[in-house]
Design a protein around this ligand. Structure first.
Ligand code: GLU
Length: 510
């Protein structure tokens, strides 16, 4: 058989915001597709209309675009060769496949009412038997295996509600190779006759998923671990359709775990510990509740995909910071872990910090400029750029350019009380006064000349640098930590530096 072109798909259901676990699934599909020069397809699995949430599909698409992992094919992407990509729009296609299974004896009509099903469950519960619709219980139910052909025909013609169920073999060992977990064995005795199709013409997830993977020529199904229990049914469906030769390979990804490692990471963990679990901010249209997003929290998309890539996969060396191209080059499914990966908020911040340090100063300056202008302040582009250069090592998020660097634009009126209490004494105003006197005549105003003037003032008053340095910083910026002091003072300019020192002296002294 000739090698098929690699085609993978991300197939979310539009039931709300995309959780970062889902983003990771999309990312691994993306990396795998690119690594093999194949296609990454986005399919929207919206067969369950009761769970449809308006805006969720747009949210998913915007998230993938923001993260730089947009699909090659899907709604609004690619040439539409396999369109439509929304299952609700593919509705008319599925019936023939359900019928094909009935004709081949792999599926059957079932007419049981909700009451019939409830009665069956009660009956079985009473005798301590697993209450499921399966090869044993089906014989006591109202379906095309128990009713006469005529009755089935009449019921369908009368428009009686029905479902089409898969006829699960009774005790058969289903064995398949998972690209991450190795061989998986399941006995069909544990499975039930899943509903594949409903009389309203809608397929269920299982039928639509398998039919679409077949029609869209999917070669690898890379999805979350929660779908592993469905895989045996999907494999049996491929067999029942006679599509085994083009059956995709399966890879079930490990769970993303809570920071404590006890269970699946949820939105509640994010709320509890103060970190986003969604890529973008999301307002639930039903509850009106807004959840924070990585984008709005100031994360850079490159940092987010880098940190997610390593939650469940390792590149086989100690590399942590990787460009997307490096990830593509190194990505293999056999390096995806079988075990859940714990989410670590501090590590997430560390990634962002690293990416921020590598961000071009001009890009950061453009962001900072927006805040400067929003405060009705006017500073030159060169001043804003230099501020970014000086503080980028000190911050984790882009939005901190302003919150951290505000004192570059607005002189402080409050001074760190701890530092003042510890360092301020009767000599302090003298050192400040002398520094001001020595700065005033300077013609060349640079970090070096400022430092020299300050050192001279210290010497004159018999004060050691180690006892005054932090005080000088607080007088200039109001806060105890920041970039190199003299470079900062150089950027402020002579007049502003002197004004700040004078003001600190006046304020603190009184
Ligand atoms: N619609 C399923 C989901 O929401 C897709 C599972 C699969 O990839 O097969 O995750």
């Amino acid at each position: 058989m000739t090698e098929r072109r690699v085609r993978v798909r991300f197939a979310p259901s539009p039931t709300g915001a995309l959780h970062i676990g889902g983003v990771r699934t999309a990312l691994y599909n993306y990396l795998f597709a690119k690594k093999h020069g194949g296609d990454f397809v986005l399919r929207i699995e919206d067969t369950d209309q009761t769970r449809f949430v308006p805006g969720a599909e747009e949210y998913i698409i915007e998230s993938l675009k923001w993260l730089g992992i947009a699909p090659d094919e899907g709604i609004g992407f690619g040439d539409g060769k396999h369109a439509p990509y929304r299952q609700s729009e593919r509705k008319p296609m599925y019936k023939q496949y359900a019928m094909q299974l009935i004709e081949a004896g792999h599926a059957y009509y079932a007419f049981d009412t909700p009451e019939d099903l409830e009665a069956m469950r009660e009956r079985l519960k009473a005798s301590n038997v697993d209450a499921k619709y399966d090869p044993i219980t089906r014989s006591a139910m109202k379906n095309s295996l128990t009713l006469s052909e005529d009755e089935v025909k009449i019921r369908i013609e009368n428009g009686d509600p029905f479902v089409i169920r898969f006829k699960m073999p009774r005790k058969e060992e289903v064995k398949f190779h998972d690209e991450i977990r190795g061989w998986v064995h399941v006995n069909t005795a544990q499975l039930d006759d899943k509903v594949l199709y409903k009389s309203d013409g809608m397929p269920t997830y299982h039928l639509a998923n398998v039919v679409d993977d077949y029609l869209m020529e999917t070669t690898h199904v890379i999805r979350g671990e929660e779908w592993l229990p469905s895989a045996p049914l999907h494999i049996l469906l491929y067999r029942a359709f006679g599509w085994e030769d083009v059956m995709p390979k399966f890879a079930h990804l490990p769970l993303l775990l809570k920071p404590e490692g006890n269970g699946k990471l949820s939105k509640r963990d994010g709320d509890r510990l103060g970190f986003p679990v969604f890529p973008l901010q999301w307002t639930d249209p039903n509850t009106g509740e807004t959840s924070s997003g990585y984008r709005e929290s100031g994360y850079l998309p490159e940092a987010v995909i880098n940190l997610l890539a390593l939650l469940g996969w390792n590149p086989g060396n100690n590399l942590e910071l990787m460009t997307k191209d490096q990830m593509i080059e190194l990505f293999t499914l056999d390096r995806v872990s079988k075990h859940g990966a714990k989410f670590d908020q501090n590590k997430a911040k560390w990634f962002n910090q690293q990416y921020l340090r590598h961000t071009d100063n001009a890009v950061l300056a453009a962001e900072l400029k927006k805040d400067v202008e929003a405060h009705n302040l006017s500073f030159s582009d060169a001043y804003i750029l230099r501020t970014c250069e000086l503080i980028k090592e000190k911050i984790t998020f882009v939005k901190e350019l302003w919150s951290f660097g505000e004192y570059f634009f607005i002189a402080p009126t409050k001074y760190d009380e701890g530092v003042i209490a510890k360092r301020w004494n009767e000599k302090s105003p003298l050192v400040l006064q002398d520094t001001i006197q020595l700065l005033r005549p300077l013609e060349e105003y640079t970090a070096a000349t400022i430092e020299a003037a300050y050192n001279e003032a210290l010497a004159k008053n018999g004060v050691a640098n180690k006892d005054f340095m932090q005080l000088l910083r607080v007088c200039l910026s109001g806060v105890a930590g920041g970039p190199p002091i003299f470079e900062m003072a150089e950027l402020f300019g002579k007049q502003e530096t002197i004004a700040r020192l004078q003001r600190a002296m006046d304020t603190i002294n009184t």
